[in-house]
Design a protein around this ligand. Structure first.
Ligand SMILES: [Fe+2]
Length: 369
């Protein structure tokens, strides 16, 4: 059994000062954030002040878009090198954290990010990465993946390497308190998807299953509660903890077809990552259920309910519509989506007990429609 997770994890309220430990990894930090949240809330400025107190210089890059692309990482890497930074601090949701990892790779490896798509492709060690998540869903703070959009394909591509695991991850639930209802739902469903897909992956082992089951229990109990009590620090902490566990799961197992099928939706219709997973989760699991019955029954014993009913309750209870037709997808697009899913699920298929083709994907999209 293998479980490799060399990330120093801090979790608790008001622990941002742990950022000072960046001093153990570099003299000048390149801070990577999205365009609004960290800057607008003063979190970025707070981080800069803490690093300054620790004797670490800073340079900021606040240009990460949702669904970040190769060019953004390349632009960031150039700025990182020009500023003479020797470590990267990502602050934000999955987009800034994944971009921070991509920048850390390109700061020490020549060429385009495209050269490093796939498993362990870059020759030189990246700059050390420190992660501060501000959403409860990505799991990027404990995962060896950076997912970036390559618009020249177009498609989402994954860079996978244990070398881009953050050295330190700082999980402070208070940073997630102001998440909108929509983002709380989307990111929470993304985390659930990580755990369930990881649980069903052929890469799962008893340790990843332990984290997956615990994380699904916590999310199924707390996601709807946190929507009615968004300021509840305890509930926010539970969601952040569950999301981290889910990240630990996929760090070992990878995801299966839900993420792969979601990629064409996210790119084609400019939908959010977690939203697209939630749009497909129920229909994909219902479709796969007969092939995974034995293992899913064990999960259902832990959850105390049929997994399909759990998903139905979560999806309906959020009050957000996840039907494809309500999110801008046209019925006539489904054949094209199914064709695209053949390519976007190629890696996922290696982790599946059953081989699916375009016709299977079409049926799943149709059910989700
Ligand atoms: Fe995800």
């Amino acid at each position: 059994m293998l479980f490799n997770l060399p990330v120093k994890i801090y979790m608790g309220d008001s622990i941002l000062d742990k950022l000072k430990e960046t001093a153990g990894w570099g003299k000048k930090a390149f801070l990577v954030t999205g365009r609004n949240f960290a800057l607008g809330t003063g979190l970025l400025q707070k981080a800069e002040a803490l690093l300054k107190e620790a004797g670490v210089g800073t340079s900021r890059f606040t240009e990460v878009e949702p669904e970040p692309c190769v060019e953004t990482a390349e632009k960031g890497a150039k700025a990182c090198k020009d500023a003479g930074c020797d470590c990267v601090v990502g602050i934000g949701g999955g987009s800034p954290l994944d971009t921070a990892k991509a920048i850390a790779i390109l700061a020490t490896n020549a060429g385009s990010l495209r050269d490093y798509f796939g498993e362990e492709k870059f020759p030189n060690d990246p700059l050390p990465v420190i992660a501060v998540p501000t959403t409860a869903g990505t799991g990027s703070e404990v995962a060896r993946y950076a997912v970036m959009v390559d618009w020249s394909i177009p498609g989402k591509k994954t860079i996978s390497s244990y070398k881009i695991l953050p050295k330190i991850s700082i999980l402070d639930p208070s940073l997630t308190i102001t998440l909108t209802k929509e983002l709380t739902v989307f990111t929470g469903m993304d985390a659930f998807s990580h755990s369930l897909e990881g649980y069903m992956s052929t890469g799962a082992n008893p340790l990843s299953d332990l984290f997956a089951v615990e994380s699904m229990k916590i999310i199924s109990r707390n996601l709807l509660k946190v929507l009615s009590k968004p300021g509840d620090a305890g509930l926010r902490g539970s969601m952040l903890y569950a999301s981290m566990l889910a990240g630990m799961v996929i760090n070992k197992t990878g995801t299966i077809i839900v993420h792969g099928m979601a990629y064409p939706l996210a790119l084609g219709y400019r939908l959010k990552h977690g939203q697209t997973n939630a749009m497909l989760l129920s229909s994909a699991i219902a479709y796969l259920y007969p092939h995974y019955r034995e293992k899913l029954i064990l999960l259902e014993k832990e959850l105390g309910a049929d997994i399909r009913a759990v998903l139905e309750r979560l999806v309906k209870g959020t009050g957000v519509s996840f039907r494809l037709r309500d999110c801008g997808v046209l019925r006539e697009d489904i054949d094209k989506l199914a064709q695209e899913a053949v390519g976007s699920c190629e890696r996922a298929m290696k982790r599946m007990k059953v081989t699916l083709g375009a016709d299977d994907f079409r049926k799943i999209y149709e059910k989700a429609f």
